[in-house]
Design a protein around this ligand. Structure first.
Ligand SMILES: Cc1ncc(COP(=O)(O)O)c(C=O)c1O
Length: 391
């Protein structure tokens, strides 16, 4: 028998070329600098526990008791009954409209997998959380971008020109990376346009409760009965527990029956989401002590945001002041830097890790980078003092 000798090293497939996650990809370079003895300040990732934020304690407590109760098997693929019922109450939909996912990351993956076909147009914000870019490429959709005005609101006139023929529109609110929080008026206008052109909405509410200025607006109330939408959220940010890997998507409106079947198939394929964490999520999202928890978290965040703004405003940088979540998307206002990655690498040499703006799909009109303002004020001050040297 003829044995062909394969060429080594083994090479990944062509389809790997579309896979990227710039928020973490930059860490490899940072680690190389760290290995040389450089102290690094990581401002690349929105991971609250890394910066001293305590996860909502009810989750860990309930995980422990759920393990004692032996919730260690495969959970139902679509999610634990109690979890789905609890989420359904918040969503004001039926439990069968809710799916448990391993972080909203998985919900986004399933959404693109099941709904966005080859060449189909999906409307994304620009700048956008990078996973959406990667998923649109992986499933060969056609990403079309809408933009924001100087106040970080969705530019309605521009959207109206882009919306026709879209299979879906993605809204991230509060927004990562901009930190903007859309007003009720802005969201109502978006819903009106989507209803007119029959474009359903995928609403990413990962940072729902993290509104630092202004009040929480329930998108479901604005959109219900006007346009079909899918609402997604998770425990990662609002409950400071990204490691739980628990989130949900809820289908709203009566046009989703086939898509829900598709979601079932995708859920079956990956068997289940950790059962003990679903039990914990069901307890956490309706626990009355959450109000105090989230108020404390927002107070801390506001203080950190204010320090960040004070530091950054002294430098040749411009950005919409973040009103929600914990990021800022910053434009460099000097001519020194022509490429974001060159600036980000220079910042690495100074010991600060940012994400290049192009990772969020933004590069045409300047040099941008994204930072988080999660660390305590003295670390933010230290980081911005360091980059002052290279601007
Ligand atoms: C806008 C947005 N959506 C979704 C996610 C995914 O979060 P998770 O999978 O932890 O729920 C993130 C994480 O940073 C995010 O910023």
């Amino acid at each position: 028998m003829l044995h062909l000798k394969r060429q080594l090293p083994y090479r990944p497939t062509e389809r790997m070329n579309v896979v990227s996650y710039p928020i973490r990809d930059i860490v490899m370079e940072a680690k190389r600098e760290e290995a040389k003895g450089k102290k690094m300040i990581y401002l690349n990732i929105g991971d609250p526990p890394q910066y001293g934020f305590q996860s909502f304690k009810v989750i860990a407590d309930r995980v422990k008791s759920a393990l004692d109760e032996n919730w260690q098997g495969y959970a139902p693929s679509e999610g634990d009954d109690q979890f789905r019922m609890t989420v359904a109450k918040i969503e004001k939909c039926r439990p069968e409209d809710v799916f448990a996912v391993a972080g909203l990351t998985e919900g986004i993956d399933f959404f693109f997998h099941s709904f966005i076909g080859f060449g189909e147009k999906v409307l994304l914000p620009n700048p956008v959380y990078p996973l959406y870019l990667s998923k649109a490429k992986q499933f060969e959709g056609d990403s079309v971008f809408y933009r924001h005005d100087a106040n970080g609101q969705i530019d309605i006139e521009y959207l109206a020109k882009k919306v026709e023929g879209a299979k879906a529109m993605v809204i991230i609110n509060p927004n990562n990376p901009l930190g903007s929080v859309y007003s009720e008026k802005n969201l109502s206008e978006v819903v009106k346009i989507c209803a007119e052109y029959d474009v359903p909405i995928f609403y990413d509410g990962s940072y729902d409760r993290l509104i630092l200025e202004g009040r929480y607006i329930d998108f479901r109330k604005i959109a219900r009965g006007k346009v079909p939408f899918i609402y997604g959220s998770s425990l990662s940010k609002d409950f400071s527990y990204p490691g739980a890997r628990i989130g949900w998507v809820a289908f709203h409106g009566d046009k989703w029956s086939e898509l829900k079947n598709a979601f079932f198939l995708l859920c079956n394929q990956r068997l289940s989401v950790n059962w003990e964490y679903q039990k914990a999520a069901a307890a956490a999202i309706v626990d009355p002590s959450y109000l105090t928890y989230i108020t404390d978290m927002k107070d801390k965040l506001l203080q950190r945001r204010n320090t960040f703004v004070k530091m950054a405003e002294k430098l040749p940088l411009s950005f919409p002041v973040p009103k929600g979540a914990f990021y800022a998307f910053i434009k460099i206002e000097t001519r020194k830097w022509k490429k974001d990655i060159e600036f980000v690498r220079a910042a690495l040499k100074e010991g600060v890790v940012f994400v290049p703006g192009s990772g969020f799909g933004r590069q045409e009109d300047g040099v941008y980078f994204r930072t988080t303002f999660l660390p305590e004020p003295k670390i933010i001050e230290e980081a911005f003092a360091k980059i002052k040297r290279i601007l």
